[in-house]
Design a binder for this molecule. Sequence first.
Ligand SMILES: [Zn+2]
Length: 313
Amino acid sequence: MIILNNQMQKQLQALMPRLTDTHPSYNYLDQLSGKLIAGSIGENSLSYYFHLAPLEGHEIIFGVRLKEDDYFFQIDCLLLTPHVIHLIEVKHIKGELSLNSMEQLLRASSNQTEVFPNPLIQAKTQAYKLKKTLRQLGCADIPIHPYVVFTHPTAILNFPSATVDMIPLQRLPNHIKVINNLYKNNEHYEISKIYNIILERHCPNKENLMLKYNLEIEHIIRGVRCRNCNNFSMERMHQSWKCSICNTLDRHAHLEALKDYAHIFGPAIRNKDAQYFLKVSSPDICYRLLNHIPCSVQGSNKGRIYYLNSLIN
Ligand SMILES: [Zn+2]
C-alpha cells in the first residue's frame, strides 16, 4: 500500500492557522482545507476494511495524481488486483443522501437541500481517463471498475437498489469480492508492472499558494507557536523557547514554525528570512537553529540558503 500525500492539504494545514482571517480568500481556503482533511479521514478509514476483504496479490495506491492531455486528475484510491483495477471514489460526507431523476447527489437537512456532483459519474470519468493513460503508456488493457464508497459513519444512503456501485464503507469487503468474481475469468495481468507505471506518472500537487491566492507576506502571522496554548507566543531565551502566555518551555518549538515556512513559502530560507519569520532578532541564534537541521545548503555568509526539505518530506 502506498499513500501519496496530498501536498495541497499539508500546505493548507500550515497556512490556515497563520492566515489573517480578514484576507478575501480566507473563507474559501478554510473550506478547501476542511474538505481535503475530510477526504483524507475517509481514505484512511478504507485501509481497515481492505484487511477484511479476501485479497491476494494486490496493490493499493491512495491519492495518485495523473496528467491526461493538459489536465490533471486525482484518484482517491486504486486497488489493483490481477484481473481488474478497482477505482474507488471516497466521499466523507454526512447527512441523508439521495439521487434525483437527473442523477444529482442531494443532501437533505431540516431547512435546506444541497446538491453535489454525482460521484459515480466522477469515478467513471476517472476510469475512462485512467484507461486512456494506461493505453498510451503501452500498458495491458486491464478492466477498470469504478465505484463510490461513503465513509462517514452518519451518512444515510437513500439510493435506488439498482445503484450497486455507491456503497457504505461496511459493504466494501463484500463489494470487492463481488467485483473480483465478476472479472475472475479475465486475463491475468502483471500487477507490479502496472503499479510501477502508475507511480512513475504521479504528479504531486505542489502549488504556489502565495501566488495563486494573492497572499502577501504581511497576511501571514509570524512567530513560533506554543504547543500548549496554541498562540504564536514563544520567545527565544536561554537556548530554548518560552511561551509568554502559559510559560511552556520547548527547545524544539522552532521546528514546527520552519516546517510551516517551508510549506507556505517553499523549502529555501535565508538567515534573515528565518529571523523575520521566527521573530528572532539575532542572526547568530538563527544561524545555530538552521545549522542544527539536517539540510543542504548553498552559498555562504549572508547569501547562504538552507533547504528545509527534510522537514516537510
Ligand atoms: Zn503557551
